[in-house]
Ligand binder design. Structure first.
Ligand code: HEM
Length: 120
């Protein structure tokens, strides 16, 4: 079993960039939320997602975006959309061979952030 920070167990900077790319690709083809991302700069979304995860899981402090409330303010995001994002993230972890234990840790972090994203 792998030990170390969640950052390390998700494959470090390289592994997390791959996971973030897959998360955004999943969002772009997810019927419940794809419209939210339609007009956005995909490269910027992937970079922002990767850096957020790197910083939030114990890696280097590379995230320069806004906090989650400021980022999602005024979007009026529903619980259903939140679940779609969670599903996409779990799918991306599966796709990159991430194991159950790490998936549970990510799920816990996402759940803790729910109140900063939904209905802001
Ligand atoms: C816990 C769940 C979520 C996390 C951790 C999260 C995280 C992020 C991060 C890190 C960014 C990029 C910020 C930046 O680079 O400056 C972002 C942007 C965005 N998020 Fe979320 N997000 C979550 C849930 C959602 C949900 C449920 C939706 C709606 C479907 C959503 C829609 C968006 C959109 C549309 C943007 C782009 C904003 C823009 O650049 O104009 N997010 N999110």
């Amino acid at each position: 079993m792998m030990s170390g920070s969640l950052y390390e167990r998700l494959g470090g900077t390289e592994g997390i960039h791959q996971i973030a790319n897959d998360i955004i690709d999943n969002h772009l083809r997810h019927p419940r939320i794809s419209k939210r991302f339609a007009e956005k700069d995909v490269g910027k979304l992937k970079k922002g997602a990767a850096e957020f995860i790197i910083t939030g899981t114990g890696g280097p402090n590379v995230y320069e975006g806004e906090d989650m409330i400021a980022t999602h303010k005024g979007m009026n995001i529903s619980d259903d959309e939140f679940m779609a994002v969670v599903d996409d993230i779990m799918g991306a972890l599966d796709n990159n061979g991430i194991e159950q234990r790490e998936k549970e840790e990510v799920l816990f972090i996402l759940y803790c952030l729910r109140g900063e994203v939904v209905s802001q």
